[in-house]
Design a protein around this ligand. Structure first.
Ligand code: AMP
Length: 397
């Protein structure tokens, strides 16, 4: 593995990397940074938590000459991810100050429109609001020479693809484009073929494999005991920092109320019905340890980087096996150990099998010690074999 100073980055960037505490590049950084510095387009498939942000941000900061118009556009599917990339830009640009502007919905237009009039170099945005501002005539993208499309499969899931196309279309044709997606369904491949020029492919690890440092387990239980079991599991687990994923916003709110009465649990919820300012506070509080449990819908599943998440619990088996990989990607990041537990009820058996098939790994079934389980066939160690009718012995004549 090459060291950071062999990748072609300049001194101010190497100093910023040292300050960030990174000692050696991750795989994706070692592969992508020299290609990006060589001004080639990149198409990257990478597991979450592999250092993807630095892989695209470092070469951009290195090559950028601050000017008067936005030259860099980074598109992210969610506000939280956009804010996270903004933080990292601040770290990498420490010795190369740049004007970075975050653009996303859920907040007023005034500040964003005003800031666009003042020499912005880098825009980090979610597609909806960016397009709004373009349509209002508040910004042009014709000087965008670095374009990053991050978590593209997530943007597709969220219905952003038509917006993303319109945005790309307005960027300078003389640009460098970096495209990252954990999965490459046909629609994304078509978009990539249209948006990129002779891209170099960078693929780290199996597209399907969750972080290797994560231990997985299913906790089967009867449907009537799902809440009681998760409570017992949370209490019994020696966690420092835990993310719990629910399928719906209502489940997240109900579970928050249910768990909040317990000693040692300082929980907060995160989903799209919560005001943006409260979402920011929730995430900030989770990062700084004010909250040790965050209960979230999938809005928080992709790419969010909270260091030191020791446990992830799925309140239900995710309907989409890819979401399983993304959710548990919140733990075991950057080679730390983590645990991922999933509550499993009888109606979710097909989804559980789909997850195991997708990650090509059998997930252990476990029980919470001392928990007073009501009987469920799921709990049988040896599933009952179907009874066969015995044939009556043939009569001998
Ligand atoms: P990302 O995949 O970009 O979300 O990064 C995941 C986490 O790994 C973030 O907390 C980064 O700060 C951290 N990270 C990225 N690159 C390195 C590196 N070379 N050494 C140590 N940590 C890193």
């Amino acid at each position: 593995m090459p060291s950071f100073d062999e990748l072609g980055l300049s001194q101010p960037l190497l100093r910023a990397i040292e300050q960030a505490g990174y000692t050696e590049p991750t795989d994706i950084q070692a592969q992508a940074i020299p290609v990006a510095l060589n001004k080639q387009d990149i198409i990257g498939a990478s597991q979450t938590g592999t250092g993807k942000t630095a892989a695209f941000a470092l070469p951009i900061v290195d090559q950028l000459i601050p000017g008067t118009k936005p030259q860099v556009l980074i598109l992210e599917p969610t506000r939280e991810l956009a804010a996270q990339v903004e933080d990292q830009m601040g770290v990498f640009g420490f010795y190369r100050p740049l004007n970075v502007l975050l653009i996303h919905g859920g907040v007023g237009y005034g500040h964003q429109i005003e800031a666009l009039q003042n020499n912005t170099d880098v825009i980090i945005a979610t597609p909806g609001r960016l397009l709004d501002l373009m349509e209002k005539g508040a910004l042009q993208l014709d000087q965008i020479t670095f374009l990053v499309l991050d978590e593209v499969d997530r943007m597709l899931d969220m219905g952003f693809l038509p917006d993303v196309r319109k945005i790309i279309d307005k960027c300078s044709p003389e640009r460098q484009t970096m495209f990252f997606s954990a999965t490459m369904p046909g629609a994304i491949e078509t978009l990539a073929n249209w948006a990129l020029k002779d891209p170099v492919e960078v693929e780290i690890g199996g597209r399907r494999s969750p972080a290797e440092t994560v231990t997985h387990a299913f906790y089967p239980v009867g449907m009537d005991q799902r809440d009681a079991l998760i409570e017992a599991l949370v209490i019994q687990t020696g966690f420092e920092s835990m993310m719990i994923f629910t399928r719906t916003k209502k489940e997240a709110d109900t579970l928050l109320t249910f768990l909040s009465g317990n000693e040692g649990i300082n929980a907060v919820a995160l989903h799209s019905d919560i005001r943006q300012s409260d979402r920011t506070k929730a995430l900030q509080g989770f990062r700084d340890g004010t909250f040790n449990v965050i209960i979230a819908t999938d809005i928080a599943a992709r790419g969010l980087d909270v260091s030191g998440v020791t446990h992830v619990i799925n309140y239900r088996v995710p309907e989409n096996p890819e979401d399983y990989v993304h959710r548990i990607g919140r733990t075991g990041r950057a080679q730390q150990e983590g645990d991922a537990f999933t509550i499993l009820t009888a109606d979710e058996l097909d989804q559980a099998r789909a997850v195991e098939h997708y990650i090509d790994q059998k997930i252990d079934r476990k029980k919470v010690e001392g928990f007073d389980y009501n009987y469920s066939a799921l709990l049988d160690d040896e599933p009952a074999k179907p009874l066969r009718k015995r044939r009556p012995p043939k009569r001998r004549r």
